[in-house]
Write a protein that binds this ligand. Structure first.
Ligand SMILES: Nc1ncnc2c1ncn2[C@@H]1O[C@H](COP(=O)(O)OP(=O)(O)O)[C@@H](O)[C@H]1O
Ligand SMILES: N[C@@H](CCC(=O)OP(=O)(O)O)C(=O)O
Length: 377
């Protein structure tokens, strides 16, 4: 089977600001995806639009702001969305399956493995999996919020050949083109740095949520996973094929040379830290710049309760997150030996491995908890 293509379509491309689905657009996108399917290319669709499709039926005049209102809207809208896709794809003889995911599904290796198996089986059977966030069960701190990040995680999960994020603007500009007449489009991005983040604003429409900022975060995840990405517009028939083939109306993001292996992607993007350790400057340097393991001597403070094999967060003396890793100690053991030399540790406790975190089980993160593009890990 060919490597799959993941297509993400935002609310702004499927609905109007007054709410409700734009059936014509759904028909149009279904036929765009069917043309990819005809080429023998497995396609996964990550679609937003549940909240925007549903809120009017509940009597809200505009997209609601409160979580429970959005969740109620999504429960109505998701059914309408699936019904519309089901009918639209059926006209092309293609079946669809619904997959609703939350961030916590990605935290559990077992659950995400099951989701992966389901997706692969749907693809093997020639279906188009249609994925959205499981809005009704997501709580605020675990919400993706927008589907941009979700689409990048899905693309990594199925090791897609490309991720295509379809939105209402033809790519990343030097400023939000809605309010900056001098903004120019950036055609190709090879690296995402802080300067690029500064250019990206929030959503410009009444129904979209993440804007360009969350699309750049998706690009970062996708690039580090080794998956090239396109962000742009699909307006005319055939635009999706052009986007996939490299001549679409938008911005192309190349893969990063040092893309991360699956295990480190999990550590960086999905794992849920069970505790935190503060390390001194020497240990910070060894981990971040030296590509070395963390030893008990560099540990200053331990918080939370964890066990060997759990993921913990590592912060520096200024309380800035510097990375995450799989810990070889229980929290009580580490508390007992923090700051001690290897000899002293051996005298006091029995551990399987001397390193608190081995360098192979470590990932460097930047301040905002984002995986650093320059990471040595
Ligand atoms: N630098 C930028 N370049 C392009 N668009 C930008 C930029 N900054 C902010 N935006 C806004 O991002 C919007 C697209 O994001 P969003 O509204 O979340 O759409 P979607 O629903 O497709 O996810 C654009 O309509 C635009 O107003
Ligand atoms: N899961 C939500 C997605 C929220 C949203 O607006 O996302 P997006 O349009 O991709 O910025 C929904 O289906 O309404």
């Amino acid at each position: 089977m060919q490597q799959a293509i993941v297509i993400k379509i935002g609310s702004s491309s499927l609905t109007s600001s007054e709410g409700g689905l734009n059936r014509e657009r759904i028909e149009f996108f279904a036929s765009e995806l069917a043309s990819l399917h005809l080429r023998g290319c497995p396609v996964l669709l990550v679609t937003s639009g549940a909240v925007a499709a549903g809120f009017r039926e509940l009597g809200y005049p505009s997209r609601p702001k409160q979580l429970h209102e959005k969740q109620a809207s999504a429960s109505v809208g998701q059914a309408l969305l699936m019904q519309a896709y089901h009918e639209a794809f059926a006209r092309h003889g293609i079946g669809v399956g619904q997959i609703l995911l939350t961030r916590s599904d990605f935290v559990s290796r077992k659950r995400i493995h099951n989701a992966q198996m389901t997706l692969e089986e749907l693809l093997r059977r020639g279906m188009v999996p249609i994925i959205n966030e499981n809005d009704t069960v997501s709580v605020d701190e675990l919400k993706f919020g927008d589907n941009d990040t979700l689409s990048a995680l899905v693309a990594n999960l199925v090791r897609a050949q490309r991720l295509v994020i379809i939105t209402d603007v033809d790519g990343l500009y030097t400023g939000d083109p809605r309010n900056d007449a001098n903004a120019r489009r950036i055609d190709r991005v090879t690296e995402i740095d802080e300067d690029l983040y500064q250019l990206a604003g929030g959503s410009g429409s009444a129904v979209g949520t993440g804007g360009m900022r969350s699309k750049l975060e998706a690009a970062r995840i996708s690039m580090r996973g080794g998956i090239p990405l396109f962000i742009g517009r699909v307006v005319e028939p055939g635009d999706t094929l052009l986007a996939v083939d490299g001549t679409g109306k938008g911005t192309y993001f190349d893969t990063t040379a040092n893309s991360l292996p699956m295990k480190k992607q999990w550590l960086g993007f999905h794992s849920q830290p069970q505790g935190t350790v503060t390390v001194d400057e020497g240990a910070e340097k060894a981990l971040v710049a030296g590509g070395r393991s963390l030893l008990p001597a560099g540990v200053r403070e331990v918080t939370g309760e964890f066990h060997p094999g759990d993921v913990i967060e590592v912060v520096n003396v200024s309380h800035r997150t510097i990375g995450r890793g799989v810990v070889n100690y229980a929290s009580w053991q580490l508390q007992a030996v923090a700051g001690l030399s290897t000899d002293e540790v051996q005298k006091r406790i029995e551990v399987q491995r001397m390193e608190v975190i081995h360098r192979d089980e470590w990932i460097t993160l930047s301040t905002a908890g984002k995986v650093k593009d320059t990471a040595t890990s």
